[in-house]
Design a protein. Sequence first.
Length: 467
Amino acid sequence: MRGTHGWAEVSRERKREIIDAIVANTPTTGPVHAELDLTDRCNVACYFCNQQDLRTKEQIPIQKTTELIDELAATGLRSVRLSGGGDPLFHREINDVMAHLAKRGIVVDNLTTNGVALNHDIAGYLVNNKAREVIFSLNAVDAADYARMMKVKPALFDKVITAIKTLVEVRGDSIYPSIVLQFLLDRSNITRILEMYDLGSSLGVDRIAMNAVLEIPRERIDRELLLRPEDADLTEPYVEQVLRKDAEAGLLQIDFAVYGWNKMMDRVRARAGTVSTNMYPTAPSFRDRNDGCFFAWYTAAVTGNGDIRPCCLLLNPDVPPLGNVHEKSMSEHWRGPAFQKMRDEMREVLLRGGKVEYDPKRFTILKEVCVKPGLCWLKNMYFRVDEEFYAELDAKLEKVRKKEVRWLGTPKQIKRRADIYLYDHPKVKDLVSGDRLRRTYDWLRDSTRPLRVALKRHLHINLTDAA
């Protein structure tokens, strides 16, 4: 069974609670899923790591970790992802942490690791406690390229290969955990994808994931390493070779979120007579208008120094933490102003059906990747298969949109409707986007506020956001 970012562990009642909380803009009881980045300690320095610039030498002490797990379990936590700015297996008491998770009935939905510290004991825990998925971030096909990408001694490559073999052997005939071997592709190794596939196949893993390096944080490596749109044609024959080789086995999950590369992939698949494998399906009830993120009602990430972050994709210095578990309880943070601000921002995207431009003045917590459609692979990848959830979410959001997104209503309601109209009519937006129009709108809003407040108070005609 592959990981689902915890969604497979969530009951229908908790899913309904999430939907109702989105509609009402209130917190849920607590996160149902959490990413525990137990330690910032790491034994590699991957050039592509988005968390390297946040890394400290700290880890959550075992006593605080067990307290946090107990608190989260009491409010309904069902699963965790163990990953982080450092490798989770480098936490000094990782065995104790995993034992406590098992004691509280919390599933390890995903363990993402470089594999260097995975031993027979850890493999036994993962198998016996039915962890859902282990992703080995191998990234390279041989020791020399491993050293280039991970910035370590080449000898560690063989150590990781041994760790993968150990987990495969200990697992035996069990389906737990699903074992994924991940390779990251840049301009230095893109021609070697067939070698990568052969290595993964020989190790007996369940899935071979190949993904492009999309961004290099803080310009720490020459950007010439990144795959470019014009590289697609040069890569095409190598992609075709690996797709044809995988046609029967169906191990490959290959993804290129690079402009123009999808057309190349479609061409190759048509020529090779293959289809996308290991992709995440979409239920008929899913609508693009409901593509917005709902993580502020569902999950959170806690880093090695105790900082709380929105999710693993926003672990960078440009995103301030939502709090710290050493300062207050997780429940206090969950119901506090930072999480509520994030809920406000996510709800605005959902109410507008995704038809909203990213503006850092409007969105102080969310980033462009959270707002602009198609940039975040995480927010719907694991969830949009859920027919019942998205049918109910759509029905309830449509009702609340009719009440809160309209031309005749409060300034906030009118602004939402105007935003959608201007999003759909960019020429009109260009025409009216001047400062004079904004100043006129602000003057009308401010000068008519006393009248609108009086209408609301005495005649119950609600045309104002004021009390």
